[in-house]
Design a protein around this ligand. Structure first.
Ligand SMILES: Cc1cc2nc3c(=O)[nH]c(=O)nc-3n(C[C@H](O)[C@H](O)[C@H](O)COP(=O)(O)OP(=O)(O)OC[C@H]3O[C@@H](n4cnc5c(N)ncnc54)[C@H](O)[C@@H]3O)c2cc1C
Length: 465
């Protein structure tokens, strides 16, 4: 029976070797491996994997085509719901979404849906570069703020509908967190992210970098002076949070955002680069999410002894399971149920050690996770010369504060309905700037829903005129 076949293992770079380089950890499946893994899918009548996918990719249908070796048809099926399969196949939390709902996972191992999606996405990038010529224009223009996954998804859907789409990005590189947050060893920039962006460009979307909306131009001026029919805001959540403990201003304390941006975007890992970063010999990363895992593994690759300090237990770690597993294989130390209370500096103002307390788990909090409670008198210190805070991020208030009639929530996120409609007519928003820090696939889904809502809005407005 198909489900008796064990999950096809995926080839990975050797842990000892990869802990010292930035090349991709996972090699992915080749065609034979992917087709063999595809035979494990039971093609369920009510596929729970589809319901669990935030964008509803028709998973059994694309796997069926893949199994038959018709990769092109499989790519077409994925494209109906996702514009970034090579990226999502690499970074989606499949274990809590599609694979977490796979019926095979109940008694054994789920179908490797993420790796199959990645295989088809990569196949498409390699074999279909000339397709998707720009469609005929419908005469309407939409401005898109930011170039992360929400914006890329929104821009490509609108372009396919015939809109003239202009993307305005604050940084000198396109891709948002895909480029400056998630490191090369998890998501190759040149081979994957830039190629997916090129596919969006081929649809006729134009990209302008170094444009800070709210400074260089405003959302108001894009609508009122530049004649755009609508604006989509996908500006993410790039404002780091700190703990507010003593010593956070010492030299050697970074936000994960700054650390990863310098490493990824400004090539700080490269000795030839003119923007090096201070790493330290012993680095403590505070936090337990994907950002913390990326920061700690980057620090390790830059030569440090790297430790995760997290206030809950391993069960509650919010990072993807695969990333925690990879981090452990690479020699990262995990100090669970540990909370920093003070960072202590030397006489020159540099980090010397971090004071922590032990925690135990109490009652569940509003997130459903058991909340950590400090164990009285359990103080201890960890020697370190750098501390990286990976405690989550919030949206930057710049756009909301420079756009008239745009309301925000108590957390500073742009207030928008499920289809991205904001309180300002003609302005739509999606991704992390609406939800707070979340995931690539949720951002992409929000961008796609907003594209549909923008189309409806523009058509309705024109019908009235
Ligand atoms: C280190 C790290 C690791 C992660 N790992 C994962 C993972 O493994 N799996 C997963 O699913 N998710 C992961 N995430 C989360 C995921 O990357 C985000 O949820 C997703 O990128 C959000 O997409 P977005 O389009 O909303 O915003 P972003 O990707 O943040 O893009 C926003 C873009 O808008 C630009 N911008 C901001 N303000 C302005 C302005 N005023 N004018 C013009 N442009 C502006 C920014 O420069 C940026 O390019 C990770 C995040 C980080 C930081």
């Amino acid at each position: 029976m198909a489900n008796k076949i064990p999950r096809v293992p995926v080839r990975e770079q050797n842990p000892a070797q990869r802990a010292a380089n930035f090349e991709e950890v996972c090699y992915g499946y080749n065609a034979n491996e992917a087709m063999l893994e595809a035979t494990r899918c039971l093609d369920c009548k009510n596929p729970r994997c589809v319901t669990a996918c935030p964008v509803g990719i028709k998973i059994p249908r694309f796997i069926e085509r893949l199994k038959e070796g018709d990769f092109s048809a499989a790519a077409d099926i994925i494209a109906e719901d996702s514009s970034l399969p090579s990226i999502c196949g690499r970074v989606c939390p499949q274990e809590t979404q599609c694979e977490g709902s796979c019926i095979l996972g109940i008694k054994g191992e789920a179908v490797a849906i993420g790796k199959l999606e990645r295989f088809i996405g990569d196949w498409q990038l390699e074999h279909r570069t000339a397709e998707h010529a720009a469609p005929a224009t419908n005469g309407h223009r939409v401005a898109v703020v930011g170039s992360g996954p929400s914006s890329l998804a929104c821009a490509s859907d609108l372009a396919k509908m015939g809109y003239k789409v202009d993307v305005f990005e604050a940084l000198h590189e396109l891709g948002g967190v895909l480029v400056y947050g998630i490191p090369e060893f998890r998501l190759p920039k040149q081979a994957i992210v830039r190629k997916e962006i090129e596919a969006v460009r081929r649809l006729g979307v134009t990209f302008e970098t170094d444009v800070v909306v709210g400074r260089t131009v405003t959302v108001d001026s894009l609508l009122d002076d530049e004649g755009y029919d609508a604006v989509f805001i996908g500006s993410g959540a790039g404002l780091p949070r700190f703990m507010g403990i003593e010593g956070e201003n010492l030299n050697g304390v970074f936000s994960a955002n700054e650390f990863l941006t310098r490493a990824n975007l400004m090539r700080a890992y490269d000795n030839e680069s003119d923007t090096p970063i201070y790493v330290g010999r012993r680095v403590v990363v505070v936090g337990g999410g994907n950002v913390a895992m990326d920061a700690v593994r980057t620090a390790k690759r830059l030569g440090a002894d790297a430790t995760i300090v997290y206030r809950r237990s391993e069960t509650e770690l919010p990072a993807r399971r695969e990333e925690v597993h990879h981090a452990k294989e690479e020699g990262i130390e995990f100090r669970m149920l540990t909370n920093p209370t003070r960072i202590i500096g030397d006489e020159r103002g540099w980090v010397r050690e971090i004071n922590c307390v032990r925690m135990e788990l109490g009652e569940p909090d509003e997130s459903g996770r058991r909340s950590p409670v400090e164990v009285a008198g359990s103080d201890f210190r960890i020697e370190c010369d750098a501390v990286i805070m990976a405690l989550g991020t919030l949206p930057n208030p710049l756009i909301a504060s420079t756009t008239s009639g745009l309301e925000t929530t108590r957390r500073g996120c742009i207030a928008a309905d499920a289809d991205g409609r904001t309180t300002r007519e003609g302005v739509f928003a999606g991704g992390d700037t609406v939800t707070g820090a979340a995931t690539v696939i949720l951002a992409m889904g929000a961008g796609r829903r907003a594209a549909k809502a923008i189309d409806e809005y523009v058509k309705a407005k024109n019908a009235k005129q």
